[in-house]
Design a protein around this ligand. Structure first.
Ligand SMILES: Nc1nc2c(ncn2[C@@H]2O[C@H](COP(=O)(O)OP(=O)(O)OP(=O)(O)O)[C@@H](O)[C@H]2O)c(=O)[nH]1
Ligand SMILES: [Mg+2]
Length: 354
């Protein structure tokens, strides 16, 4: 497929777990632009897969069954694998609980078809009216998670990181290390981190949230510590890959030097302040200077690092780079097979390190 091909083969992946009440309506609402629909039964206690097989007559539907319960990520990646093997070009992921309107599929595949993005995801925070209708806990949680995700993924222009309405180009998907990506609630966030290691372009798509009568399976309090730990791990990995392992820039010096100056300024200041307080005398102006100077310079250096990081968001879509190289290869070696069907052997797409 060329990056701008309107005849791209579109697939939808629906992870299914306790969604028998909504899944038939979701499937029925999927438009004719979609060639195949992968319903992935994630070892669902309600047997969603069997239910779809017996109740749904849509010829586009393929039911896959996970042998064990893997979580939403495990189910989606099983769908991605099958779609890639079947030669699909773009995979859209929609939940089976009716929270995502299939009428929006063209909005999600549009930027990918136009060659502007490798991955698109929903953002429910464009429309101010909609934001007002959201539960306050969700608003606050999302703001915090968004900030953490900007740091850990490197995609500073994105918001609403846990939004599960997504679409991905097969060229980007086949370079992802599926076996390393978090399978449960950290899936969407981890995908962003992994896409950044590939330098894939990610775009937000404005969408409205639908809060229906679905039963929420998410227990926020249980996952907070897990989220924090995983964000910290991804942030450190990203810093290491982007600023030390694969590239060196002024930013590689700004961050450690800035942190060192902040810590030494603070340490020196607190120590001398405590000393003076114990002796009951004022701290000399020179001592204050020696503490304040490195502190201020350190803050400036860290800000400079952040500015560099924000300006480094990937802008050239991976699908175009891969398409150009494939075209070049076909021109120079006409007898060779299309190497794109071989998963993750393209070193240009970025390397994965764990
Ligand atoms: N909860 C849960 N969902 C799964 C699992 N495997 C696949 N899914 C599917 O993943 C999708 C998202 O799950 P939800 O529990 O709705 O998660 P959510 O939409 O982020 O959160 P809610 O606001 O509670 O709906 C749904 O289509 C589920 O059917 C699993 O093991 N547990
Ligand atoms: Mg849901």
């Amino acid at each position: 497929m060329s990056p701008h091909n309107a005849n791209a083969r579109i697939a939808v992946v629906i992870p299914s777990y306790k969604v028998t009440r909504h899944i038939l309506d979701v499937i029925a609402a999927i438009g004719p632009e979609v060639e195949r629909i992968y319903v992935v039964d994630d070892r669902c206690p309600d047997q969603s897969g069997q239910f779809v097989r017996s109740q749904c007559s849509d010829a586009r539907v393929v039911v896959l069954e996970n042998a064990v319960n893997c979580g939403v990520g495990g189910a989606v990646m099983a769908g991605y694998r099958a779609a890639i093997a079947d030669g699909m070009d773009i995979m859209v992921k929609i939940d089976g609980d009716g929270q995502m309107d299939p009428a929006l599929i063209p909005d999600f595949i549009g930027p990918i078809l136009a060659g502007e993005a490798d991955y698109t995801k929903g953002n429910r925070f464009y429309d101010l009216e909609q934001i007002g209708a959201m539960p306050p806990v969700r608003l606050f949680g999302n703001a915090v998670l968004s900030l953490l995700t900007k740091l850990s993924s490197g995609y500073w222009h994105l918001f609403d990181p846990t939004n599960g309405y997504t679409a991905i180009h097969a060229n980007a998907a086949r370079h992802l290390p599926f076996d390393k990506i978090s399978q449960r609630y950290f899936f969407e966030t981890d995908m962003l981190f992994r896409l950044n290691t590939l330098h894939a372009v990610v775009a937000d798509v404005p969408m409205d949230a639908v809060y229906g009568d679905e039963v929420s399976n998410l227990k926020i309090s249980k996952i907070v510590t897990e989220f924090m730990a995983k964000h910290a791990r991804n942030f450190i990995k990203r810093l290491f890959y982007n600023y030390y392992l694969r590239n060196m820039s002024l930013a590689s010096i700004e961050l450690p030097l800035g942190l060192l100056m902040i810590l030494s300024g603070l340490g020196y200041g607190i120590w001398h302040w405590a000393d003076s307080a114990r002796a009951g005398v004022g701290t000399p102006a020179g001592t204050v200077m020696l503490a304040a100077m490195p502190l201020l310079m350190g803050v400036q250096l860290v800000l400079a690092f952040l500015a560099y990081d924000i300006a480094s968001v990937p802008r050239q879509p991976l699908q175009r780079k891969l398409f150009r190289r494939r075209a070049l290869r076909t021109a120079t070696a006409p007898a060779s097979a299309d190497t794109d069907s071989t998963p993750r052997q393209d070193s240009d797409a970025g390397q994965q390190h764990d």
